[in-house]
Design a protein around this ligand. Structure first.
Ligand code: 3PG
Ligand code: MG
Length: 392
């Protein structure tokens, strides 16, 4: 790897400025999904066990450079203490030096929301210097915020001896295994509503993977590009030319594109709306495609069965409402089963995707589930992540 890890650092007696992503869902001040907090615990515990003091830097929400009391990180202290098993001392940036100085061994310091500072999102050098003065070492464990070039993710890395935390390391290793030097054949599953939001992704993937399953609303745009009438389905008709170009690029690169063969259609977008299965080219004019059909699922499963590596972003249908989660659930369970048998390396990321895999009960058996949404996508698009680059 091009960057250092905690293994390369001497931590005893050191203040370790640790950038974490604890931008977690909160309802009425209570954390509803602590996954991101739990996933940084190994880094915090590693620093503590080696005699260092973790000083956590993190953002919450998008306060855009001003103090928004509802976005104070103070509300996360109980959840952090539960996950880390030690006292977490909270401090605003002005209080930081004093609180860090008084922090007992074995305890953690949490600094206030970095995005309360106007310089944070500007990657401001002066703000980075203020942070740097508070620590001896910089550790970035926030892969899911690494697509942002902010003072606490980028500028700061150049001012102190820097390394990747355990979660950052795990994320990068998993993604490298999936797209860097993967076992072939590689299958990508890309779903979601719109082609327009995943253009760069599709363009990069067709040159890197052997098979590409396209699902969700964006599959309708690819069907429309083949002259199929998709009725009232979600479809970006202005993107059909682009879809054709992606299909041509895939053919030239030897990447097989897998589109739905049969589809589940309904007249209404609601839970348990009456539905029927029709061939993909026979969507009635007054109906919309809400999921892939059983024949399509069998085809996707055949692709998963041939693959050695799977990278998944985006559901295959309207997975939030039954029964239109059927294709996503079936394909996810099949991939989980092959992974559990040691036949497949499977990596998934993106908020919707992880929710869909959890709903299918498949997430636990996947090789790796990323905590990242936007950063996972940008990595799959082949883009350089500023937070990772700054560590190199
Ligand atoms: C996220 O949840 O996507 C990360 O924490 C980054 O947040 P952002 O999208 O507001 O930059
Ligand atoms: Mg985001």
């Amino acid at each position: 790897m091009a960057w250092k890890t905690l293994d390369d650092m001497e931590l005893a007696g050191k203040r370790v400025l640790t950038r974490v992503d604890i931008n977690v869902p909160v309802d009425g001040g209570v954390v509803t999904d602590a996954t991101r907090i739990e996933r940084v615990a190994p880094t915090v515990q590693d620093i503590l066990s080696r005699g260092g003091t973790p000083v956590l830097l993190a953002h919450f929400g998008r306060p855009k450079g001003s103090v928004v009391p509802e976005m104070s990180l103070k509300m996360l202290v109980p959840a952090l203490e539960a996950a880390f098993g030690t006292t977490v001392n909270f401090a605003t940036l002005d209080e930081a030096a004093a609180v860090i100085g008084a922090c007992a061994e074995g305890q953690v310091v949490l600094l206030e929301n970095t995005r309360f500072e106007p310089g944070e999102e500007k990657n401001d050098a002066e703000l980075a210097k203020r942070y740097a003065a508070l620590g001896d070492i910089y550790c970035n464990d926030a892969f899911s915020a690494a697509h942002r070039a902010h003072a606490s993710t980028a500028a700061l890395a150049h001012l102190l001896p820097s390394c990747a935390g355990r979660l950052m390391q795990a994320e990068l290793e998993a993604l490298e295994a999936a797209l860097g030097a993967p076992k072939r054949p590689v299958l990508a599953v890309v779903g979601g509503a719109k082609v327009s939001t995943k253009l760069d992704l599709l363009g990069n993937l067709v040159e890197k993977v052997d098979m590409l399953v396209i699902g969700g609303g964006m599959a309708n745009t690819f069907l429309a590009a083949q002259g199929v009438d998709v009725g009232k389905s979600l479809c970006e008709h202005e993107m059909t030319g682009t879809a054709k170009q992606i299909a041509e690029k895939a053919a030239a690169a030897g990447c097989e594109i897998i589109l739905p063969r049969d589809v589940v259609v309904a007249r209404e977008f609601r839970e348990n709306a009456p539905s029927e299965v029709v061939p993909a080219e026979s969507c009635p004019a007054d109906a919309m495609i809400l999921d892939a059909g059983p024949e399509s699922v069998a085809h996707v499963e055949q692709a998963i069965a041939r693959a050695e590596t799977l990278i998944w972003n985006g559901p295959l249908g309207a997975f939030e409402i039954a029964p239109f989660d059927a294709a996503t659930n079936a394909a996810a369970k099949f991939a989980a089963k092959r992974t559990a048998r040691g036949e497949l390396v499977s990596v998934a990321g993106g908020g919707d995707t992880v929710a869909a895999l959890n709903k299918a009960g498949a997430a636990d058996d996947f090789t790796y589930i990323s905590t990242a949404g936007g950063a996972f996508l940008e990595w799959m698009e082949g883009k350089t992540l500023p937070g990772v680059a700054a560590l190199g």
